[in-house]
Design a protein around this ligand. Structure first.
Ligand SMILES: *Cc1c(COP(=O)(O)O)cnc(C)c1O
Length: 379
């Protein structure tokens, strides 16, 4: 079955009591039992909720996984993955990560004795010197946020499995419509469902997809023990979002291409970061592991002053100045002071994320209107 069909039908069964085609929002905290321990598989809603189950079933299928678990946010899902580890364990992570992931790793988990190495993972072999007997996990994002770097998922997964290390890919930017890391050999796929999966900027949620039953049991134990579960209303919103993921992503990709064309040839634009550009260093790998290039891009103006970047950021009318991405509406963002402010400046600059970088999340409006908006803002 193709993904367009899966997105509509995965995990969906008519409600047994009424035939309702959409799963009801089971807004309940507990379930009545016939006798102690005699129940219908539902005891308490931190552990199980039918709306959440329907969503998790759908999420597993669209990422070509056996299991999925959903969490109250993307960072809660990340938190659960790191809780698979013990003090003394080490993680190798890409050096161009979502700011909140970097903050969680360095400000929370380092205090619990987990060690993180942030390295450039363009060449999987460069990770090898950091592997030792304590290494448990390799964590990558691709395309990365906000520089749209591409990492070869398959070669990272092969390196990790040779050393018996888990691999987790944060697949938020690509969405399951454009890229399926489980098919390339990784153990865990993570999404901030807040972004493309939900797609309408109206919910915060995260999820993890896996194939291994034992890993699923460990993560389920963490999910119910730590309690970062999404509410049923939020599960409903993500389920609703999923049903149009393919339609939205096609338009994000088309609009992304047109806007990239416009920015690439704009006399005031110094550099465009978009993985669909032939001259992008990750273009060939992107073509190999992704089905499209998406609507996320960043650019640098020729005038690299922060003032000029700030002027453009405040001058767009259709692109709203806001954190987040992946919704139907176009957003413009200043990573240095917004999404990536939690990364120390020296580290940020070293990774190529300058103070004047502007990031776009291209929405699904009319591409011509979006281009007009950027034209008047850049001037
Ligand atoms: C937003 C985001 C997260 C965190 O997700 P939340 O839902 O905001 O907690 C993680 N990774 C990436 C790539 C993101 O864009």
């Amino acid at each position: 079955m193709k993904i367009a069909t899966k997105l509509i039908h995965a995990g969906m069964e008519p409600d047994p009591s009424t035939g309702a085609i959409m799963i009801p929002i089971y807004q309940t905290s507990t379930y009545v039992q016939e006798a102690p321990g005699q129940n219908k598989g539902y005891e308490y809603a931190r552990s199980q909720n039918p709306t959440r189950t329907a969503l998790e079933n759908a999420l597993a299928i669209i990422e070509n996984g056996k299991y999925a678990l959903s969490f109250s946010s993307g960072v809660a899902a990340t938190d659960a993955v790191i809780k698979l580890l013990q003090p003394g364990d080490e993680v190798i992570a890409g050096n161009d990560l979502y700011g909140g992931t970097y903050r969680l790793f360095t400000k929370i988990f380092e205090r619990y004795g987990i060690r993180f190495h942030f390295i450039d993972m363009h060449n999987a072999r460069d990770a090898e010197p950091y592997i030792n007997k304590n290494t448990r996990l390799i964590w990558i994002e691709t395309p990365t946020n906000p520089l749209l770097n591409i990492i070869d998922i398959q070669s990272v997964a092969e390196l990790a499995s040779r050393h018996n290390i888990l691999t987790c890919v944060d697949n938020t930017f690509a969405s399951p419509y454009l890229q399926n890391p489980l098919d390339l050999g990784v153990d865990l796929v993570l999404h901030s469902a807040t972004k493309y999966l939900g797609g309408h900027s109206d919910v915060i949620q995260g999820c993890i997809m896996i194939n291994d039953a034992e890993l699923r049991e460990k993560l389920y134990f963490i999910q119910k023990s730590c309690g970062a579960v999404p509410g049923p209303q939020d599960c409903f919103l993500v389920l609703r979002g999923l049903k149009t993921l393919h339609v939205r992503m096609d338009r994000h990709c088309q609009n992304g291409e047109q806007i990239a064309d416009f920015l690439k040839s704009h006399p005031k634009v110094q550099k465009l970061y978009w993985c669909g550009l032939k001259e992008h260093p990750g273009y060939e790998i992107a073509k190999k592991q992704m089905r499209g290039f998406g609507g996320m891009m960043s650019f640098e103006l020729k005038d690299q002053s922060v003032e000029e970047a700030r002027r453009v950021l405040s001058a767009t009318k259709l692109f709203s100045l806001a954190e987040s991405l992946g919704g139907v509406e176009s957003l413009i963002n200043h990573p240095a002071t917004m999404t990536h402010a939690s990364i120390p400046k020296a580290q940020r600059i070293k990774n190529g994320l300058s103070d004047s970088l502007i990031r776009l999340s291209v929405g699904i409006e009319d591409a011509g209107d979006l281009i007009e908006d950027l034209k008047q803002a850049i001037g």
